[in-house]
Design a protein around this ligand. Structure first.
Ligand SMILES: *Cc1c(COP(=O)(O)O)cnc(C)c1O
Length: 422
């Protein structure tokens, strides 16, 4: 934006008028208060809002199930047998991958475990796993249980990349130091592409280069990156990634996750893998033979026939993402979060502090507001005013203005209320 920002409602509205993708807001159900006013929903980083089209997509499958029973696998408008394939191309575009590298299946933590079967194959001397010190708890539990499963204690096997004392964000130099000192003992790096707590977006290409230089496998948790930033997974060179779709991808509570395995591993038969009938070559799967013929690429990681109703919701969302495109989305997102940051900085109070990086390249849309004395009451007051954010222990309010459905007016009103409350 070339014009200087102004902290007025008129200015916020003028930004909405210039917004080329503003009309997508109409395509979502925005929760309302009793008086019929829209909530200010800034929590799409936790659960994205429902696209109005989702019901139609799911109804289509319910109808086809009613009308065709088992024949729906072939006769449905979108036949269930290959249904996951209808998602692959759009999902690949969203994360910057090739179709062979991506599949939609299971949930995030399950996928992390299945990926670690392949990409965490420790030896006696090279067995450690490196994570961020404030990694999402599920990732930490998953990694610790993998260590134990292979006979190592988390105490000896878990290496943490920490912010420096008095700082909130991670520094790449510190990762370099850890790898220089312990790289020969580290088997795997599993890092959040966008940190769930601070909102910091890391240079995953750089992380891949540093890890690979020490012969470590590199995996990325993209739960907070997918549909938010443009991770360019293929070009980054990371070995694998996994994400959920209910946050920025608006696919509904507990919906299926996505998985990426880099093309360089697509045909590697030496990688250990857990298998099921959906891992098998789809042209001969129903011959029910005894020998497994694993599909190349990400599809070979599937175990089971997938839940179509959840996939229908993902399809509704991905069709929208495909139509808008990540470029347009990201362009608005930088603008919206930039304006949000500008407004927050007009609050003259030391009760709150933004800990997310101010460089747009080092963040997605989320801003994490650290609250002095861990005053959770501030978050509760926002919620009471139908301004939906989330509180993360110990002391952060996470706010994510979502480019698909939040407006500049939303962020203006949110900051107005916050100003009143602090
Ligand atoms: C949301 C989130 C999860 C949740 O995992 P599920 O298996 O989908 O319940 C895990 N890790 C990170 C980093 C997340 O942000």
């Amino acid at each position: 934006m070339s014009v200087a920002y102004e902290a007025t409602l008129e200015f916020a509205k003028s930004l909405d008028q210039q917004d080329k993708i503003a009309h997508y807001r109409e395509q979502f159900h925005i929760p309302k208060d009793k008086g019929g006013n829209n909530w200010i929903y800034m929590c799409g980083n936790s659960l994205g809002l429902q696209p109005k089209s989702t019901k139609e997509y799911i109804n289509q499958e319910l109808e086809d199930w009613a009308n065709f029973g088992v024949e729906g696998h072939f006769e449905a408008k979108n036949p269930w047998m290959p249904y996951h394939e209808f998602l692959t191309e759009s999902m690949a575009k969203v994360v910057g991958a090739k179709p062979i590298e991506v599949v939609t299946m299971n949930t995030l933590t399950t996928n992390l475990h299945l990926l670690m079967v392949s990409f965490y194959q420790p030896t006696k001397t090279k067995f450690k796993i490196l994570i961020e010190s404030d990694a999402f708890p599920s990732d930490r539990y998953a990694v610790e249980s993998q260590l134990r499963f292979h006979g190592f204690s988390p105490k000896e096997g878990l290496v943490e990349w920490k912010p420096r004392p008095g700082e909130d964000l991670l520094r790449m130099e510190d990762l370099e130091t850890i790898l220089k000192e312990q790289g020969d003992e580290i088997a795997l790096l599993l890092i959040g592409g966008v940190n769930y707590y601070t909102g910091q977006s890391l240079d995953i290409k750089k992380i891949a280069e540093l890890g690979h230089a020490k012969n470590c496998m590199v995996g990325i948790d993209l739960a907070h990156g997918v549909g938010n930033i443009k991770p360019e997974l293929h070009n980054s060179g990371v070995d694998f990634a996994a994400w959920c779709t209910y946050k920025y991808l608006n696919s509904g509570p507990g919906s299926l996750g996505g998985l990426f395995v880099h093309e360089k591993h697509a045909n590697d038969k030496s990688l250990k893998k857990f298998s099921g009938w959906w891992s098998h070559n789809k042209t001969t799967r129903f011959n029910m033979r005894q020998e497994l013929d694993v599909m190349p690429g990400a599809e070979g990681y599937q175990l089971s026939n997938p839940p179509i109703l959840s996939m229908a919701a993902i399809k509704a969302s991905l069709d929208m993402f495909n139509e808008v495109g990540m470029d347009a989305l990201r362009e608005k997102s930088e603008e919206l979060t930039g304006y949000f940051e500008y407004l927050l900085n007009t609050i003259e109070s030391d009760a709150i502090k933004i800990i997310t990086p101010s460089n747009p390249k080092e963040r997605g849309c989320q801003l994490s507001i650290q609250v002095k004395n861990a005053d959770k009451g501030l978050h509760e007051k926002l919620t009471a005013n139908h301004i939906i954010t989330d509180w993360r222990e110990p002391d952060v309010i996470r706010c994510a203005p979502i480019p698909l459905y939040n407006s500049f007016e939303d962020v203006y009103k949110m900051v107005g209320k916050l100003k009143e409350l602090v």
